[in-house]
Design a protein around this ligand. Structure first.
Ligand code: ADP
Ligand code: 5GP
Length: 207
């Protein structure tokens, strides 16, 4: 029986470890697909086009909005970020678990458009850890780090709007928590098409 896939929205302050956590679970969760976002921000050192982001100009981003190509989009610290719609629709129709990293504005748009999306808020153990992770990552200029730390207070207040939270203390523990949520979500009865299930059972009543 083919189950319909679903969307996982992962948010949390920049530097909380969203990308690190997703990379940790990919090898052990079959059928999990990352939705690569489009952004107008400049690539960080080491970031790869089409893997980390699709890096686009403001004009190209405007065009994607105009033609309805984005499922959601938002401005964050002076750049725009958005989710290509067709990729998400296709992957869900094929029964995949799609995971996306979006800010609190994007998560709120997704909740309205796709009420069965599962939302998770990732927290660093402490604010000092967040600061240290952003500084040690060493890929943002000082001003961008300050902006992101400032933004984290506002973001934390929105944690209450999410279905789950994960504290990213030890990476392996956090990865276990994420795998547990994904497994439990696949077991929800609403993922089953009852008509299809009954069809499969027809004529098999006798032992
Ligand atoms: P985000 O995607 O949320 O912006 P990253 O995944 O880039 O965050 O992680 C930010 C930094 O924190 C990286 O340098 C990463 O190696 C580090 N990091 C992530 N998770 C942990 C953890 N559990 N313990 C220690 N450092 C971590
Ligand atoms: P960064 O510049 O650190 O990669 O990302 C900055 C913020 O943009 C993060 O909070 C991240 O979750 C968010 N973000 C990344 N991709 C998207 C997206 O497609 N849509 C929205 N709304 N936010 C995104």
């Amino acid at each position: 029986m083919q189950l319909k896939g679903f969307l996982i929205v992962l948010s949390g302050p920049s530097g909380a470890g969203k990308n690190t956590l997703m990379n940790a679970v990919f090898p052990t969760v079959p059928n999990l697909q990352y939705s690569v976002s489009v952004t107008t921000r400049a690539p960080r050192e080491g970031e790869i086009e089409g893997v980390d982001y699709f890096f686009r100009s403001d004009e190209e981003f405007d065009e994607m909005i105009r033609t309805g190509g984005l499922l959601e989009w938002a401005e964050f610290c002076g750049s725009r970020y958005g989710t290509p719609k067709s990729f998400v629709d296709d992957a869900i129709a094929q029964g995949r678990t799609v995971i996306m990293d979006v800010d609190i504005q994007g998560a709120s748009q997704i909740r309205r458009k796709m009420p069965d999306a599962v939302s998770i808020f990732l927290l660093p153990p402490t604010w000092d850890d967040l600061k240290k992770r952003l500084v040690d990552r060493g890929k943002d200029p000082q001003e961008a780090i300050s902006q992101r730390l400032q933004k984290s207070f506002e973001e934390m207040r929105h944690m209450i709007d999410y279905d789950y939270f994960i504290i990213n203390d030890q990476l392996e523990l956090a990865a276990d928590r994420l795998r547990t949520i994904i497994n439990a979500e696949w077991c929800r009865v609403q993922r089953v098409n009852l008509d299809e299930l009954q069809e499969l059972w027809k004529g098999r009543k006798q032992l």
